[in-house]
Design a protein around this ligand. Structure first.
Ligand SMILES: [Zn+2]
Length: 577
């Protein structure tokens, strides 16, 4: 019973006031904060639990700072929303950390030496896996070679008792040795599988290079070997790889990762990691399963994690062609340096239509890998067909895009007529700035100057036409490093300093947006991620340099000082992780 109702009322009001002034868990002061929101810049922010409690001036933080509040004095460092990797292969990143890294190998003989060293350590029969080789980046061409690719003899000598599988940097071709070909059943009389090619020498013998779908022959043998591992070893391997991938993300300032194609089994793993609270980085996943498998089980996998925002599965991945480096990109006209070929269509259009119908019916985004101008046109045609269908079903449909947010992954080489179609259809261009600079050495050979200038990596033209671009690295095809990718996006300059059609650069702010709010939008997550505003998830990074003002040639020296996910410091430079 209350004898002094007025006093009780005052006490309640006081308690209320204390709740709104409840101290923050973390305050960051003396920073230059790019909010990617309004107002554009701030000095400080406060975080309570998983979310941002306030953004403002240093002085405004006093009321959020209690005895238990951790305060980080940023000393003028740059703060921005955490990087959202818009297109990467999460488990591939983990596996890459455990395989031979061939990216910086200077030559084919350098690679065969690395394989020989690995073979000396491996038991007979154990597969040796390498990733990231690129024949156009070697200082000397291999001899002998077929279409610029090496032949397997030296590789087979380097590892006579171990199957060897080396993935091309593009992910669209692989090089194998004799032991792997024996296990994969690849011989002189083996026919090319549909959508793929077994490269052969003048005598008709397989060289060891498998293009596009022909890689499946080797991967089948490798997967059979993996499947023979006891279940406990398999699970332990996958968990170890996921842990390595999380660590690599956090070290690089990635707070959300959009996984460009995983199986149901991998999503099962992600689900158990979520249940254990081990999803250190937020995952948004595209399912990579056949139409038949989706029809049977896909709906059960659709997950929109609107509470914790740790695991969302709401997209489907398809690949319409290969990559430019291995001449697998599907072009409208033949390759300038291989007039007999216009590339490869790796998924029949009817299959893609089946996927589109399923995605439309079950509320999935559809994400289609398209690199060549033909693949891009066909993808946009299919998207348009379904978007029109959706509009005609709805008599009061607005004349604006219906908000399916379907995506073209890579959108690398476009015919001029297709550039405005992205904005017109509301289709997101999920591009990789770093592909432009790392592909630059051979784009002109493959496409010739007219096509390269008109439509290769034309993010300026896309932005000007009103399209939304999300940025990423396609890791492990490229390093996950968002700083190097940002540099490529705003300079289009390679490490050697040559700029590839620099008129197509993004501005600094456009590049920042492509990696934050645009990426969030490309996943229907812009209400929770992608900018620093009160109420949003406290996902952010502190960097050593200001990405908006640092001179071009110093961008790459920028370091990640802190990575904060959901208000928790998950990486701190110099600290023991
Ligand atoms: Zn990819």
């Amino acid at each position: 019973m209350l004898r002094f109702p007025l006093l009780a009322l005052a006490a309640a009001a006081l308690a209320q006031a204390q709740i709104t002034r409840q101290p923050a868990d973390l305050v960051i002061r003396n920073a230059r904060i790019a909010t990617v929101d309004a107002p554009e810049f701030a000095q400080a922010l406060a975080i309570r639990g998983e979310r941002i409690a306030a953004v403002g001036a240093n002085a405004a933080m006093a009321e959020f700072t209690g005895p238990a509040t951790r305060v980080i004095d940023a000393r003028g460092a740059f703060v921005m929303p955490g990087f959202i990797e818009s297109h990467g292969h999460f488990m591939g990143l983990g596996q890459f950390q455990r395989s031979l890294n061939l990216r910086d190998a200077p030559s084919w003989s350098g690679i065969t030496r690395m394989v020989a060293a690995a073979a000396r350590e491996a038991k007979p029969g154990v597969w040796i896996i390498g990733r990231g080789f690129h024949q156009s980046k070697w200082n000397t061409p291999p001899t002998p070679n077929v279409q610029g690719f090496p032949v397997h003899d030296d590789l087979s000598k380097a590892a006579p008792n171990n199957p060897v599988l080396l993935a091309h940097a593009s992910g669209h071709a692989s090089m194998v040795n004799a032991k792997a070909m024996e296990l994969a059943g690849i011989a002189r009389e083996t026919r090319d599988p549909r959508g793929g090619a077994i490269l052969r020498d003048a005598q008709g013998n397989p060289t060891g290079l498998l293009n596009e779908r022909a890689q499946g022959l080797a991967y089948r043998a490798y997967n059979a070997y993996l499947a023979r591992r006891p279940a406990a070893v398999r699970t332990a391997d996958a968990r170890a790889e996921a842990a390595l991938a999380f660590k690599e993300c956090l070290r690089n300032g990635i707070t959300s990762f959009q996984d460009a194609g995983s199986s149901f089994a991998t999503v099962d793993l992600f689900r158990s990691l979520r249940a254990e609270g081990r999803l250190d980085v937020r995952l948004w996943v595209m399912l990579s399963e056949t139409n038949e498998a989706l029809a049977a089980r896909g709906a059960g996998y659709r997950t929109i994690d609107s509470e914790k925002h740790r695991l969302t599965v709401r997209a489907i991945k398809r690949s319409l062609d290969g990559a430019l480096g291995s001449r697998g990109a599907w072009l409208l006209a033949p390759y300038s340096d291989l007039p007999s070929s216009s590339g490869l269509n790796t998924t029949p259009l009817e299959t893609l239509r089946g996927t589109a119908a399923y995605a439309m019916a079950h509320g999935f985004q559809l994400c289609v890998h398209a690199i060549g101008d033909r693949a891009n046109r066909e993808t946009l045609n299919v998207f348009e067909e379904f978007i029109r269908k959706k509009r005609s079903k709805d008599p009061i449909a607005p004349p604006i895009p219906p908000g399916l947010r379907w995506r073209v992954e890579h959108a690398q080489h476009l015919d001029a007529a297709d550039i405005p179609r992205f904005a017109a259809l509301g289709v997101i261009a999920s591009m990789q700035g770093i592909h432009c600079t790392s592909d630059a050495p051979y784009v002109l050979d493959r496409l010739g100057p007219r096509r390269a200038e008109e439509g290769a990596y034309v993010w300026r033209k896309l932005i000007d036409s009103g399209a939304l671009i999300a940025n990423g690295t396609d890791v492990p095809v490229e390093e996950i490093d968002p700083i190097a990718n940002f540099h490529a996006s705003v300079t289009r300059k390679s490490r050697e300093g040559a700029a590839f059609y620099p008129a197509q650069r993004m501005t600094r702010m456009e590049a920042l947006r492509s990696y934050t709010i645009n990426a969030a939008r490309a996943a229907f997550e812009e209400n929770d991620k992608g900018s620093l505003r009160r109420g949003k998830l406290a996902d952010l990074v502190i960097l050593s340099r200001d990405l908006l003002t640092v001179p071009d040639e110093e961008i790459r020296s920028t370091e990640v000082l802190y990575t904060i996910v959901g208000g928790k410091v998950m990486y701190e430079r110099g600290a023991r992780q």
